[in-house]
Design a protein around this ligand. Structure first.
Ligand SMILES: N[C@@H](CCC(=O)N[C@@H](CS)C(=O)NCC(=O)O)C(=O)O
Length: 203
């Protein structure tokens, strides 16, 4: 059984969602933000001292989006399609991690994550501008399609929407990007996403 180390109120959320979409048996090993993630026992699972991490038999992985690619590979198509679409999944996954997540975190740290006294309005505005630039690209990509690669949900949707979950749930303004807004609502209201969101809300 897949073991996801972390809590749903962290990036483990996107891995829980992926496991739900894959229909694989999984358990969440509750590791939160306390000193436990820097303790020797957990560093054997993730030497970075961060959550999430995942065990699947002898395989131990860190990096939430890599974990999701593994989970999707276990499920196969349509969650992880073959051929050129597999390359498109990689493109959107790497874009999510390298282009979108830094801007999302910059906005998030300075609007809802840090205590109010530690927030910087200029940094929040810079994060919002960075996000809007990426959302312009995404708006164009979605076009008339329901999902990133066409009309079928893949792990690319889970990874990119998963990276955007924090900003979406904290009321980032998507009004200028109506296709992105509709796509996010479509993704986050799938049964697999609702199951993951229920775990996050219960925590
Ligand atoms: N790129 C990593 C980031 C992991 C990460 O920063 N996780 C946060 C929780 S969402 C964490 O463990 N923070 C605690 C710390 O950095 O000490 C991933 O996607 O898995």
């Amino acid at each position: 059984m897949i073991r996801i180390h972390g809590i749903a109120k962290s990036r483990a959320f996107r891995c829980i969602w992926a496991a739900e979409e894959a229909g694989l048996a999984y358990e969440v090993v509750p590791v939160g933000f306390g000193p436990g993630i820097k303790a020797e026992a957990f560093l054997k699972v993730n030497p970075n001292g961060k959550i999430p991490a995942m065990e699947d038999g002898a395989l131990v992985l860190f990096e939430s989006l890599a974990i999701n690619l593994h989970i999707a590979a276990r499920a196969g198509a349509p969650l992880l399609p073959a051929g050129d679409d597999a390359s498109r999944v990689l493109q959107w996954t790497l874009w999510a991690g390298t282009e979108v997540e830094p801007a999302a975190m910059q906005w998030g740290y300075n609007t809802y994550m840090r205590p109010p006294a530690e927030r910087d309005a200029g940094q929040a505005a810079a994060g919002a501008a960075g996000l809007h630039a990426r959302l312009d690209v995404l708006e164009g990509q979605l076009g008339a399609n329901a999902h990133l690669l066409g009309n079928v949900f893949t792990i690319a949707d889970c990874n990119l929407a998963g990276v955007l979950y924090g900003v979406w749930s904290n009321k980032f303004d998507f009004d200028g990007h109506p296709r992105v807004k509709a796509w996010l609502e479509r993704c986050f209201n799938r049964p697999g996403a609702l199951a993951a969101r229920a775990q996050r809300d219960a925590a």
